[in-house]
Design a protein around this ligand. Structure first.
Ligand SMILES: [Zn+2]
Length: 131
C-alpha cells in the first residue's frame, strides 16, 4: 500500500471540493437571507397599508382605533430584518467549513468546530475586474 500517494491524491480532491463548496455555500446562504429580507419588507409594506387604512376609517367614523397589534407586528418585522442583515454581514466576513458547514473566520486555517483544514480563498479581495 502506498499510503503517501493515497494521502496526496485524497488531499488534492479534498482541496478542489473545499473551494467549490465554499463558493456555492456562500452564494446560497446570502441569497436566501436576501430573499427572506425582501419578503419581510413586502409584509411590512402591507402592514403599513393596513395601518393607514384602519386609521383612515377610524378617523372617518369618529372612532379611536387600537393599532398596537399592527405596531407590534411591524416592530417584530423590523427586528427580524435587522437580524437577517446582520447575518449577511456575518456571512460576508466568514467562510464555511467544507467538513461541517459551519461559519468560521475568513483567516482560519483549521475549523474551530471540527478541526478540518480549511483552504483560504483570497480571490475575494483580488476580483477587481478591469473593464
Ligand atoms: Zn468544521
Amino acid at each position: 500500500m502506498d499510503r503517501e500517494f493515497f494521502d496526496n491524491a485524497f488531499d488534492k480532491a479534498k482541496n478542489a471540493f473545499e473551494v467549490a463548496y465554499k463558493k456555492t455555500g456562500e452564494v446560497v446562504n446570502t441569497e436566501k437571507i436576501k430573499f427572506n429580507i425582501t419578503s419581510l419588507k413586502s409584509k411590512k409594506d402591507k402592514l403599513f397599508a393596513k395601518l393607514g387604512k384602519e386609521y383612515y376609517n377610524d378617523i372617518k367614523n369618529g372612532n379611536t382605533g387600537n393599532y398596537v397589534e399592527i405596531f407590534d407586528e411591524i416592530e417584530e418585522i423590523n427586528e427580524k430584518i435587522e437580524e437577517l442583515s446582520n447575518e449577511i454581514d456575518y456571512a460576508k466576513n466568514k467562510k464555511f467549513c467544507p467538513s461541517c458547514g459551519k461559519a468560521i473566520d475568513e483567516s482560519a486555517v483549521f475549523c474551530s468546530f471540527c478541526g478540518a483544514k480549511v483552504i483560504f480563498d483570497s480571490s475575494k479581495s483580488e476580483n477587481n475586474e478591469e473593464v
